[in-house]
Design a protein around this ligand. Structure first.
Ligand SMILES: [Zn+2]
Length: 138
């Protein structure tokens, strides 16, 4: 499948978040109907919904692939962490939260690796170069 035809949704909540209405199973079913190939489950301050969604997707390969994640409250606001498989305490200073997310981000066993490879950067992969912005010559 060419990367340009992949449909990703990298910020989703389940009923494990106070503002999430759908169970992980319902979220995956809705995403499947909408043609999403891969989604990140990023509940507020917990990976429990993400881990349930990963288990559901692993048991049913017709469902979208799942990136486990978290939307973590820090002292300065919320940040999204992807490939996070363990809970991280909320309310940390931003740098500490980022450090912990990076330490917990493991992609080697991520079931989305084959479908998302080349589209979503994985922890440990070299940074991709960004297109250079046009520069004016005077
Ligand atoms: Zn959110």
């Amino acid at each position: 499948m060419p990367a340009s035809s992949l449909r990703l949704d990298l910020h989703n909540h389940t009923s494990f978040s106070a503002d999430g209405l759908m169970s992980p199973a319902v979220l995956l079913s809705v995403a499947k109907v909408k043609g999403v190939h891969c989604l990140a489950v990023t509940d507020h301050n917990t990976v429990r919904g993400a881990l349930e969604a990963v288990a559901l997707a692993e048991a049913d390969l017709t469902l979208p692939r799942v990136i486990p994640g978290i939307e973590l409250a820090t002292e300065v606001g919320e940040i999204i962490g992807l490939y996070v498989w363990e809970d991280i305490p909320s309310g940390l200073p931003l740098l500490e939260a980022v450090t912990r997310i990076r330490a917990r981000a493991v992609s080697s066993t991520c079931p989305t690796r084959t479908i998302c490879s080349g589209v979503v950067p994985f922890p440990g992969e070299p940074e991709r170069s960004q297109p250079s912005s046009p520069t004016s010559s005077k």
